[in-house]
Design a protein around this ligand. Structure first.
Ligand SMILES: Nc1nc2c(ncn2[C@@H]2O[C@H](COP(=O)(O)OP(=O)(O)OP(=O)(O)O)[C@@H](O)[C@H]2O)c(=O)[nH]1
Ligand SMILES: [Mg+2]
Length: 449
């Protein structure tokens, strides 16, 4: 029996189900050696003889079976983890894949923990902590906008900003130290003023990134849109039309919808979560009453409300619904436009027909614009992760404190402020993050990633 090498890890990197191909990955100092003991090409070559990054066809000798598979070696440091990595592509059967992994473990590798390959990449300086988080965001993305935001993180847009800011802080601090060491009045005055200006510029850069958090969170969570109105105006028909799916029951009977019906769809790659609600009106029906209360509640938490009517003139019931909207962002939707004459949209009144689809394109365009207004959606970097938002906010605050203290306080105190800013920025890159937080972040990754 081989002695376990705790530094060489292995895991199945593809979903464990039947498919065309599965990938089993191994990383660590002994990975090529272990691969040599199980894989051989027809001409007798073993992985240690393979050219790096060249896919080779061969035979994998598992404990209980043989499998024709592909094998590729990535030699350190040019691999995902920065260590020697060997990947096997085998036929995508659950038992085959498990058998290959079991063989690698039997031959000396250790089962990787979730996210351990990526953690290794972080430890070896292959990526910053926020880059790794961006990759996870991409994997979990439910819309194109989320993929784009994740990609920007992964590509280092945020980590570069944090690294640059840290470097600037170190520079400023060292200049200040010199001036405090030689407190010749004019030099000190010039240095302090110069430092103040640089700190103000630095804070502007950080605050600009912070401002993208509203857009970032909207991208991550989607835009919540509640469809409300009195019974029978066509709310469920509108939900179905926007989703392109007969999700909600539609009937000519008032009070058809009782519970909240949810569905998501995308506009320009941005996810919108729709909530169809029970028609709001006075009712003695116990079930409907609960539905009406739920509808009233959802108004409070929605980002945008579609207030649906089916006539231009308002009835008392319409007015009661309208009164619930208060200052909530909303659009007035006049549905059943196929039965109306002279339908001309205004700023916040849109005519649509859930029945024949007229006006729906206009509605989606308006929804998108409303969601994006005041959100700094320039494209590029957007932050959504609360950890990043907290860290940047603290960095900005500490820089503020340093600016306020620079004229009146000693270098020791300013150094504390600047160190706090440095340390907060390091939580993004990972260079000052505690082991517990790092472990917690990677444990949310998938096994084999
Ligand atoms: N002509 C016309 N009829 C529509 C339109 N939209 C919905 N309807 C009809 O209006 C009736 C009510 O539609 P629903 O979508 O169930 O209305 P609702 O607002 O969800 O009703 P409740 O769930 O009872 O509150 C149905 O008979 C639909 O076919 C439309 O654009 N034009
Ligand atoms: Mg309905």
């Amino acid at each position: 029996m081989m002695i376990k090498d705790t530094n060489t890890i292995a895991a199945i990197s593809t979903p464990l189900s039947s498919g065309a191909i599965s990938i089993v990955r191994m990383s660590g100092p002994n990975s090529v050696k272990i691969a040599d003991s199980v894989f051989k090409t027809k001409s007798g070559l073993t992985p240690s003889q393979f050219t790096s990054r060249m896919m080779m066809l061969g035979n994998f000798s598992a404990s209980d079976f043989c499998e024709q598979a592909m094998c590729v070696v990535f030699r350190s440091p040019n691999s995902y983890t920065g260590e020697d990595v060997v990947e096997f592509q085998c036929h995508g059967g659950v038992q085959i894949t498990k058998g290959i992994l079991a063989t690698l473990i039997k031959n000396g590798a250790r089962l990787a923990t979730p996210g351990e390959f990526t953690k290794q990449a972080f430890v070896n300086g292959k990526m910053a902590l926020s880059d790794a988080e961006g990759m996870m965001d991409m994997i979990n993305a439910q819309s194109d906008a989320e993929i784009r935001a994740g990609y920007n993180l992964l590509s280092g847009a945020l980590s570069k900003c944090a690294f640059d800011a840290q470097k600037e802080l170190v520079d400023i601090l060292s200049e200040l130290e010199v001036s405090f060491d030689y407190p010749e009045e004019t030099i000190e005055y010039i240095t302090k003023n110069n430092a103040k200006e640089r700190l103000q510029n630095l804070q502007k850069v950080i605050d600009k990134v912070l401002k993208t958090s509203a857009a970032g969170q909207m991208i991550k969570n989607g835009v919540n849109v509640a469809i409300v109105g009195k019974p029978n105006v066509g709310k469920s028909s509108l939900l179905n039309r926007l989703l392109g799916d007969e999700k909600a029951i539609v009937t000519p009977i008032a009070g058809t919808t009782r519970d909240i019906i949810e569905g998501s769809f995308s506009i320009n790659g941005l996810r919108f979560n729709l909530y169809d609600t029970a028609g709001i009106h006075e009712t003695d029906d116990q079930i409907e009453k609960i539905g009406v209360d739920k509808a009233k509640n959802i108004i409070k938490s929605a980002d945008i409300i579609l207030f649906v009517k089916d006539t231009v003139n308002e009835t008392d019931e319409d007015r009661n619904v309208k009164n619930l909207l208060d200052s909530h962002k909303h659009l007035i939707i006049i549905n059943k436009a196929d039965k109306l004459q002279n339908c001309k949209d205004t700023d916040n009144i849109l005519y649509v027909s859930a029945l024949n689809g007229s006006g729906i394109d206009n509605l989606t365009k308006r929804l998108y614009d409303m969601a994006c207004e005041d959100k700094h959606m320039e494209g590029g970097l957007t932050i959504a992760n609360q950890r990043h938002i907290d860290a940047l906010s603290r960095a900005s605050q500490s820089i503020s404190d340093a600016i306020a203290n620079i004229d009146t306080f000693t270098l020791d105190l300013i150094t504390i402020d600047l160190n706090m800013a440095y340390s907060a920025l390091g939580e993004i890159t990972g260079n000052t993050t505690s082991e517990e937080i790092i472990d917690a972040i990677f444990s949310k990754f998938c096994l084999g990633k």
